[in-house]
Structure formats: structure tokens, C-alpha cells
Write a protein that binds this ligand. Structure first.
Ligand code: DSN
Length: 421
């Protein structure tokens, strides 16, 4: 080996062979570097993770699990997968880990596959209240093949209404109860969710995609001791490659592994598995633990800054990496806010708020997250600046170029990928 450009990302050969795609890759890098990336589910993964993704592991078929593959030549990828599994078990203090799901949705299909049959009842937070498509939306397999029951947040506090969860659980006797969401800024009481699941004999599944990175960094409590199974994506706060992962209790290990392969997937993406292992090693460092704490401090500063600008943080604030903002007080829809921010080089997404009177593609709110800007090294003073940029962008019908110039200046001072890459 020795020559890192042979197997790592090799811009020169890509540029020569396919300048069209090469220029788009560089253009995307510049887009991301030139503006503020505030999508709560995105991050800047490390060059080491990217190198594993751009490796010859991508070539290897490895259906099965370490030591039990359907193809020859798997001894090397076996080693990497075992390292990754052991790192995951240690980091999260979990009995069992499966690193093969291609994505969060794939991981979630496997959870259904392990614990339910079509037609079974599953109780989860409604999509309209902050849940996820795979938790029972009618447009997803989960709503088409299962009988989803949705729980809500309390309309006043906008916190999960655990009495509502318990009442629905007793009424519908679900096979599985889901904790976890895509637009819920607060901590979930996993112990209470476990108690409710036990009262009705349900499996407790925590979809930890959004906050597992904060758990890895020991910045918030872990769902692992309470849940039968925890699924998540590896590319959000966790800062790994795009992909999924599942942790579970020992008694469910076989069911989960069988549901991932062969029930739901074929050949695993071994470059992704190796990259997950790299990310898990990074997560076990003191630097990452500090990062996870900073992510929360920054999200809280953003929340305060945006509140001071007249936007209403749903539930009054955040305990995590994301802030959900009701824009009704400033008289702008989520759709328009997203567009105006885009024109100002601020990337975020429109988002329904609980009990939103507007349709999801218009929405009354926006969702902002701190994982990427925290990776860039920004702190509380920059969050105040960012809140001001967002407010200027959202409230103005023109002049976004000028805001974009200011945004660009800030981003240049905290470059993503400062190393020559
Ligand atoms: N798309 C993810 C998010 O942005 O929350 C969830 O799948």
C-alpha cells in the first residue's frame, strides 16, 4: 500500500476520468463550506471516515456475518466488522450490535422484521407531532403493513404526554412501543417508556437516530439499559458515514441479525461498516465527549438567540442538538423561511410544529441543528451571530445576497475540512 492516493479519495484520477462528476463533488464541498449547515440531521464526518468510505472495501461481497459468510475472501472484512461490533458494544454498553443496516429506514425495517408480523399494532409518536415516516406514516411501509397508533405531545407544554402514551398502550395493546422522533427537542423519559411497555407486555424500541451521538458523547442519558432494541443512523451528531446500526439485548441478537440479513438486506456495504468502526473509535475520545456537550450548549444558545428575535422555540427550548421554531409570531411560513435562508447561504429545513394548521410542505416552523457548526469549531458567540443572520433572512423579502456575504465571512473563519483534502 503506502500510496494513500491509491485507495483513498483520489481527486486527480477522478478529475481526469470524469471531470463532470469531479467538478460536482468539488462544487458540493464548496457549497457546504461556503454556508451554514443547520440541518439537524447532518454533520461533517472526518477525513478518516471518508477515506474508509472511499476504499476497496466497497468491492467486497460479504453476505452473512463474520465467520459465517456466503462468499470466500471475507477474512479481512470480517476483522473490520468484528472491531466495529466490539467498539459499538463497548461505547454504548450494549449486549449486541449490528452494523450492517444501509440506512436508518433499513435498520427500522429490520426492527419490525425481528419483532412484529404484518397487521400488528405499533404505538409511536405521530409524524405530525415530531415522529418519523417509518413509525407508522400511511405513505411508509410502516403505515401500509402495520396498524399504527400515534401518541402526541401535550398541547400546552409540547412535551411527550406520557399519560396519553399509557392510555393508548392500555387501549390498543401494541406489540411494540416506539420512543424517538425527528423533531422533538427534549429528552425522552426512557425509564417511564419501559414501565409503560412492561405494563402492556410490549417490546420497547428506541429510534435514537437523532440523539445517539449525544449518548455516545455521554452528554445525555442512554436508552440502552431500558430498551429491547435501539436503532439509529450513524451520520447525524454521531458524525459517522451515512448508514444505520442496531443495538439490542442479548436475547434479541439472533432475531435482529436474521432480520437485517437475509430478511431485509443482501450484501452489506463493507466500506460503510469499516467507516462506522472508524467513527465509533472517534466517539470514544474525550474530544468527542466535549464536542457532544458543545453541540447542546450551542443549540441552547441558538434557541435563546432566535427567541430574542421573536421566533417561538417549541417546548420553550432544547435539551439536545435541535431547535424547532414556530414562526407564527413573525408571520412567515416555514416554506418561505427555508427559501429565504437558502438565498442567504443558510441551509435548514421547514418543519411542521405540533398541531400545525398548515400542510407539511408549507409548515409553520423551521428546524435548526448545531452538529455541523459545532464540528467547525463555532461556539456561543457564533450562535448569537447565526441567530441574527437567520432572523434577518427570514424576516426580509430581499437583500439576501448581503446576508450571504456575512455568512460566508463567518464560515471562512471556521472552515469545514480545513486540512488540504
Ligand atoms: N431525514 C431525517 C431527518 O432529517 O430527521 C430523518 O430520517
Amino acid at each position: 500500500m503506502g500510496n494513500s492516493t491509491f485507495w483513498g479519495p483520489d481527486w486527480d484520477s477522478l478529475q481526469n476520468q470524469d471531470p463532470e462528476i469531479a467538478s460536482l463533488l468539488l462544487k458540493e464541498l464548496e457549497r457546504a463550506r461556503g454556508g451554514l449547515q443547520l440541518i439537524a440531521s447532518e454533520n461533517f464526518t472526518s477525513p478518516a471516515v471518508l477515506a474508509a468510505l472511499g476504499s476497496t472495501f466497497s468491492n467486497k461481497y460479504a453476505e452473512g456475518y463474520p465467520g459465517k459468510r456466503y462468499y470466500g475472501g471475507c477474512s479481512v472484512v470480517d476483522e473490520a466488522e468484528v472491531i466495529g461490533i466490539e467498539r459499538a458494544k463497548k461505547l454504548f454498553d450494549a449486549d449486541h450490535a449490528n452494523l450492517q443496516p444501509h440506512s436508518g429506514a433499513s435498520a427500522n425495517i429490520a426492527v419490525y422484521g425481528a419483532f412484529t408480523k404484518p397487521g400488528d399494532t405499533v404505538l409511536a409518536m405521530s409524524l405530525a407531532q415530531g415522529g418519523h415516516l417509518t413509525h407508522g406514516s400511511p405513505v411508509s411501509f410502516s403505515g401500509k403493513w402495520f396498524n399504527p397508533i400515534g401518541y402526541s405531545v401535550d398541547p400546552k407544554t409540547e412535551l411527550i404526554d406520557y399519560d396519553n402514551v399509557r392510555d393508548l398502550a392500555k387501549q390498543h395493546k401494541p406489540k411494540m412501543i416506539v420512543a424517538g422522533a425527528t423533531a422533538y427537542p427534549r429528552l425522552v423519559d426512557f425509564k417511564l417508556m419501559r414501565e409503560i411497555a412492561d405494563e402492556v407486555g410490549a417490546i420497547l424500541w428506541v429510534d435514537a437516530a437523532h440523539f445517539i451521538g449525544l449518548v455516545a458523547g455521554k452528554a445525555i442519558p442512554s436508552p440502552v439499559p431500558h430498551a429491547d432494541v435501539v436503532s439509529f443512523t450513524t451520520h447525524k451528531v454521531l458524525r459517522g458515514p451515512r448508514g444505520g446500526m442496531i443495538l439490542c439485548k442479548a436475547q434479541h441478537a439472533q432475531a435482529i441479525d436474521k432480520a437485517v440479513f437475509p430478511m431485509m438486506q443482501g450484501g452489506p456495504l463493507m466500506h460503510g461498516v469499516a467507516a462506522k468502526a472508524v467513527a465509533l473509535k472517534e466517539c470514544a475520545t474525550p474530544e468527542y465527549q466535549q464536542y457532544a456537550k458543545n453541540v447542546i450548549t450551542n443549540a441552547q444558545a441558538l434557541s435563546e438567540g432566535l427567541k430574542a428575535e421573536g421566533m417561538r422555540p417549541v417546548s420553550g427550548g432544547t435539551d439536545t442538538h435541535l431547535v424547532l421554531l414556530d414562526l407564527t409570531p413573525v408571520g412567515v411560513t416555514g416554506k418561505d423561511a427555508e427559501k429565504r435562508c437558502d438565498a442567504s447561504q443558510i441551509t435548514l429545513n421547514k418543519n411542521p410544529i405540533p398541531n400545525d394548521p398548515l400542510p407539511p410542505m408549507t409548515a409553520s416552523g423551521i428546524r435548526v441543528g448545531s452538529p455541523s457548526v459545532t464540528t467547525q469549531g463555532m461556539g456561543v458567540p457564533e450562535m448569537k451571530q447565526i441567530a441574527s443572520f437567520i432572523a434577518q433572512a427570514v424576516k426580509s423579502e430581499s437583500g439576501h445576497d448581503k446576508i450571504a456575504d456575512e455568512v460566508n465571512k463567518l464560515c471562512k473563519a471556521f472552515p469545514a475540512y480545513p486540512q488540504k483534502y
